[in-house]
Design a protein around this ligand. Structure first.
Ligand SMILES: NC(=O)c1ccc[n+]([C@@H]2O[C@H](COP(=O)([O-])OP(=O)(O)OC[C@H]3O[C@@H](n4cnc5c(N)ncnc54)[C@H](O)[C@@H]3O)[C@@H](O)[C@H]2O)c1
Ligand SMILES: [Zn+2]
Ligand SMILES: [Zn+2]
Length: 365
């Protein structure tokens, strides 16, 4: 099969690799119908994720069709259309039993496109299929559910739920990339009083307003803390850090009112100072988190009922065979304005649902 292979820092290829097969009885093999690229894939390509070894197929978000199941898989059948989450779950360890799949001790967690071959490929081996895939309702298209594999549950769990967004709250979001924008969408489920988006990039701020933010602040030109203080009674109730650097974490802690909450979502590659010398009297709560994706079923229900529309993230579409070109577009978001690129397998129109274009290869019911 063909797949996007990481060859070490700065190097990737659309290569011919071995077809995946069932290794463990809990595995499934899935044909990838729709996939996408994450900012984390760009981090891997920069060499920021040393656990990911050269030779690994990248990608951790996809919708696919089950082609084969291992002997002990009971809840997933050949022909099922499934969402493949960025986090896998062994279903048996202490953390999986508490729905904290990101911390799985039994071989799950973030493994796709990191520790094992991932989902920017024609086919993929899916470990722990019973616990790790989510059946997609027939009337939902691939594009309606694809971004539930990573960015929406990340923003929702690590941002909105950890930050306890409540009706009437002023929510400040530092960083309006896909994660910050997903935090806008999922904050809106809780009727906040105001959503303030902060970014250095005017295009991203424009997207933030389109996604539902009330106020956009370019912190390259303006003093974001001063603006938020003007707009609020002593600071935001909740701030999300959705970038992953010292400056933005610090800004998130400065923006909030006494007794406010900072939910850190960004991945920090370098040490960051927590200024307890100024924060200790302010009764603030700071949370951290790696996504678990335990909210996928809930988010899927919201999509099905029309309360949440993730399709607005899809700015570019490529055939899976042009994944290399899709990377170029996604990596150059500053000039292409890409938010999420959709990679579609040859047999699938990603904007249609499973009934249309569900042509399975010969031999599959
Ligand atoms: N905690 C988790 O489980 C988890 C999961 C997925 C992604 N993440 C992390 O979330 C973060 C955001 O992801 P993304 O895909 O949206 O990233 P992204 O790089 O696409 O977006 C980041 C945004 O931050 C803006 N920005 C950069 N520096 C800034 C500054 N100094 N002030 C204000 N804005 C600034 C950029 O213009 C951009 O719009 C990343 O660190 C990513 O690794 C965390
Ligand atoms: Zn990701
Ligand atoms: Zn586990």
């Amino acid at each position: 099969m063909k797949a996007l292979v990481y060859h070490g820092p700065g190097e990737r290829g659309w290569d011919t690799v071995a077809d995946p097969t069932i290794i463990d009885p809990t595995d499934a093999v899935v044909r990838i119908d729709s996939s996408t690229i994450c900012g984390t894939d760009l981090h891997i390509l920069k060499g920021d994720v040393p656990d990911c070894k050269p030779g690994t197929v990248l990608g951790h978000e996809a919708v696919g069709t089950v082609l084969e199941i291992g002997a002990s898989v009971t809840t997933v059948a050949v022909g099922d259309r499934v969402l493949l989450s960025c986090v896998s779950s062994c279903g048996r360890c202490r953390y999986c039993k508490e729905s904290r799949y990101g911390q799985c001790l039994g071989g799950g967690g973030w493994i796709f496109g990191n520790l094992i071959d991932g989902l920017q490929a024609e086919y993929a081996r899916v470990p722990f299929a019973d616990n790790s895939v989510y059946k997609v309702p027939d009337d939902l298209s691939d594009e309606q559910v694809l971004f539930l594999a990573d960015i929406l549950p990340t923003a929702y769990e690590v941002g909105v739920l950890n930050g306890v967004v409540s009706p009437g709250d002023v929510v400040a979001i530092v960083g309006a990339g896909p994660i910050g924008l997903a935090a806008i969408l999922t904050s809106m489920l809780y009727t906040p009083g105001k959503i303030v988006a902060i970014d250095l990039d005017d295009n991203r701020l424009e997207s933030a307003l389109r996604f539902g933010a009330d106020i956009a602040i370019n912190n390259g030109r303006e003093d974001a803390t001063a603006r938020v203080m003007e707009l609020t009674d002593g600071g935001a109730d909740v701030a999300f850090e959705a970038v992953g650097v010292q400056q933005t974490f610090e800004l998130a802690t400065e923006l909030i009112r006494p007794c406010g909450r900072v939910a850190n979502i960004g991945v920090h590659g370098k040490p960051v100072t927590l200024h307890l010398e100024t924060l200790w009297t302010r009764d603030v709560t700071v949370t951290t988190g790696l996504v678990d994706t335990y909210t996928i079923p809930r988010l899927m229900k919201l999509v099905a009922s029309g309360r949440l529309d993730p399709t607005i993230f899809a700015t570019h579409r490529f055939p899976l065979g042009d994944t290399m070109g899709a990377y170029d577009t996604f990596a150059d978001a500053a000039s292409t304005n890409a938010l999420k690129v959709v990679l579609h397998g040859s047999e699938r129109d990603p904007s249609s649902n499973g009934h249309i274009a569900a042509a399975l290869p010969a031999g599959v019911a």
